[in-house]
Design a binder for this molecule. Structure first.
Ligand SMILES: Nc1ncnc2c1ncn2[C@@H]1O[C@H](COP(=O)(O)OP(=O)(O)O)[C@@H](O)[C@H]1O
Ligand SMILES: N[C@@H](CCOP(=O)(O)O)C(=O)O
Length: 379
């Protein structure tokens, strides 16, 4: 029985970093991992050789499922502590559904016989650490690998953008590091393709019935990115409240238009931010100023108890080690950039949430420079 296996590792991300709404992203050192085994026999064992060494963590929960029609079985190891049930049906699970979208754009209707995907996820869901963007990036990479499609990372970004339509999270998770992103102005016919409703890109599961229709392929070159330097002294403290805030809800509270003064305020800071965070040694006053925002954080305070007070509660003059503070992505996680005193910073912010009756966990993270990697196992 011939088999091949590989591991996909995709870092989570923190988007916006204050003023860079839908533009700036930072890949961070918390990784979604897929261990994939393809066994070219239908009598394949249901346990991947890779799984036996990885499913024993006492704080994780595992589950498994398989689909014969799609030739794919999924096991899931939750290391995030999230309460949301992740579907193990390959037509429903976000990661495998995205992989199927990429495969079907290339006339491959199913996974190769027989594909086992073990998902290990430590990224908390719906907290502003880009879990969905990470899952989408891992999914397009999975489709590219199992289908042996040979797509470049630049092309994979187009596929990601058909699903997650703002580029900040997915570009960071795919390419790694600290990135600025932009979308091209498309030709009118391509605009129509990019604006195809998500329900047509990722159609609702057809109950195992394959309609055989080819999904809409992305236009070429939708999204682009540039990597910015990051000063090696700067670490990221993520303070993660114990409640979920779906990104769609946190986008729903934003206005359709802004005053010129607020737009100029953000442009000034967004232009300063890459230089400020790339300069070594870091200058706390410049970074603190460069991380201010008037485009999204003020509106999201209605969904995150105490947000305005938390963001104003510490600054580099009142907290040693602190450089700047912002909402991570759409929240509710708070991202504090700092050079030291990490415990103290996390404790002060957690205490603010506690006074609102909200428990938190926190993590000390670093930029994940490599982005998504694929490692084929040698046999
Ligand atoms: N590893 C995963 N596997 C399957 N679905 C996932 C995974 N990660 C995220 N999701 C889906 O994405 C949702 C969270 O996305 P979103 O609201 O954008 O928050 P965020 O991306 O900030 O964590 C989850 O509720 C879940 O439905
Ligand atoms: N720019 C987006 C980023 C959403 O990030 P997430 O990690 O919360 O999914 C926004 O601010 O809506």
């Amino acid at each position: 029985m011939a088999s091949s296996s590989f591991v996909i590792r995709t870092p989570c991300s923190s988007a916006n970093i204050g003023p860079g709404f839908d533009v700036i992203g930072l890949a961070l050192s918390l990784y979604l991992e897929l261990e994939v085994t393809i066994t070219s026999s239908t009598s394949a064992s249901s346990t991947s050789p890779l799984l036996s060494s990885s499913s024993s963590s006492s704080s994780s929960s595992s589950s498994s499922s398989s689909s014969t029609s799609l030739h794919c079985s999924i096991t899931h190891e939750d290391l995030s502590g999230s309460t949301e049930e992740i579907s193990l049906d390959p037509e429903v699970n976000l990661i495998t559904r995205v992989a199927l979208y990429v495969l079907r754009c290339h006339d491959q209707r199913t996974f190769p016989v027989h594909t086992q995907v073990h998902i290990r996820n430590p990224i908390p869901l719906g907290r502003g650490l880009g879990s969905s963007g990470t899952a989408v990036v891992a999914g397009v990479t999975l489709g590219n690998e199992v289908g042996r499609l040979g797509l470049s990372k630049d092309r994979l970004l187009d596929y990601c953008l058909m699903i997650e339509r703002h580029p900040d999270n997915v570009a960071a998770s795919l390419f790694g590091g600290f990135v600025g992103t932009y979308l091209n102005e498309l030709q009118p016919e391509d605009v129509a393709r990019k604006e195809i409703p998500l329900s047509e890109v990722l159609p609702e599961p057809a109950g195992g019935i394959d309609t055989g229709s080819k999904p809409p392929e992305p236009p070429i070159g939708i999204g682009h990115y540039r990597k910015f330097p990051w000063a090696k002294e700067i670490k990221a403290v993520a303070i993660i409240p114990d409640f979920m805030l779906p990104t769609a809800n946190a986008r729903g509270v934003l206005p359709q238009s802004y005053t010129r003064a607020d737009v100029v305020f953000n442009l000034q800071r967004a232009a300063l931010l890459p230089a400020a965070l790339g300069h070594s040694p870091p200058d706390p006053d410049t970074i603190y100023l460069a991380m201010q925002d008037k485009i999204h954080q003020p509106y999201r305070r209605t969904l995150i108890p105490g947000l305005t007070e938390i963001l104003q509660s510490l600054n580099p003059r009142t907290q040693p080690g602190l450089l700047g503070i912002c909402l991570s992505g759409a929240g509710p996680t708070i991202l504090a950039l700092a050079t030291d005193h990490f415990d103290e910073i996390a404790e002060r912010i957690s205490n603010r949430f506690s006074s609102q009756g909200i428990a938190c966990q926190w993590k000390l993270l670093e930029p994940a420079e490599d982005g998504t990697t694929v490692e084929w196992q040698r046999r």
